[in-house]
Ligand binder design. Sequence first.
Ligand code: NAD
Length: 358
Amino acid sequence: MHAFVFDQPAQRVIFGPGTLASLRDEITRLGVRRVVVITTPHEIRFAEDAAERLGDLSAGIYPEVAAQHVPVELLARAKARVDAIGADCYLAIGGGSTIGVAKAMALETGLPIVAVPTTYAGSEMTPIYGITEGGVKRTGRDRKVLPRTVIYDANLTLSLPPQISGPSGVNAMAHCVEALYAQDANPITSLVAEEGIRALARSLPTVVAEPGNLDARSDAQYGAWLGGAALGAVGMSLHHKLCHTLGGSFNLPHAETHAVILPHATAYNRQAAPEAMRRIAAALGGVDDAAEGLFDVIQRIGAPTALKDIGMPADGLDRAAELATQNPYYSPRPLEVQAVRGLLERAFQGTRPTLDGL
Ligand code: NAD
């Protein structure tokens, strides 16, 4: 076995349906007294419920996270309001967008975050933050933004409709796939990543077919946790870079972009990362090919499979290929503009990533 560094900061995780009932106890453990609940207008009912559970430990609700990727203007408004409330802790209830706003505030203030995720994006398990200014998203890592406590209560995900659940779950699966061929992968993160793919692949078809199935919801949350943990622990590669580029420069929706790109980014690295491919295929239930297996799962859960269906302009593919191969970064298969352009063409059309198609 090769030498490696495993550097995982501690987090407390409370897992299981009904665990939101422990919210006040968890806040008390942190020794804070003025919690502000951050959420979106759409998820305000969760925030009101949480504030009620907190009683005198709640200092107020900020329900105005109305955009993805933490636009700097939204952040300034949120920060002014939350500073005026005089909070000593952020309770983020929602998806990656809500948790992202709490992280960006914690980056400046160092206040602790308690996260109650309601999607499968996995942000609650990472020290990664992002802030968007002038259409450009700046990301970084800082342990200050890693939530101290995470409560996974699947009851809060029951209202997530299939068209959000499916792509969101694939977002978590993508963290696992790239962790398996990361330059700094280690045996522990690879175990986590493989198990994450397994949990998501077995749960997502039920989650979208029966949105009220609490067992499947809980299983998907377990997979999302593992996906976030893998993302937070090792470096990402071409897949995340492409999604970042397509989201930032072409304004494509975050989770849906992950769903379209994942089989194609996997196929790009097919020959260069055979051990990762073997583990992905095993986690998908022993399929013959990792990329095709991912394509099949994504199709089966009704998530989008073509960039042309989610708002990508055909004349943007050249620019996207150039942007995604700038500032070289690690990729098992070296980055070549023409090969990445071919990948994007197949993703644009929604072509099955067969072996002979490459
Ligand atoms: P999101 O937070 O924008 O939520 C997507 C939609 O789902 C919203 O309309 C929201 O109102 C709705 N929603 C959320 N929970 C719901 C529920 N329980 N029932 C019904 N509707 C619900 O999307 P997301 O995919 O969770 O997060 C995307 C953002 O997170 C992006 O900005 C992405 O860059 C970021 N992200 C960051 C990390 C990280 O480690 N920093 C990891 C993954 C994603």
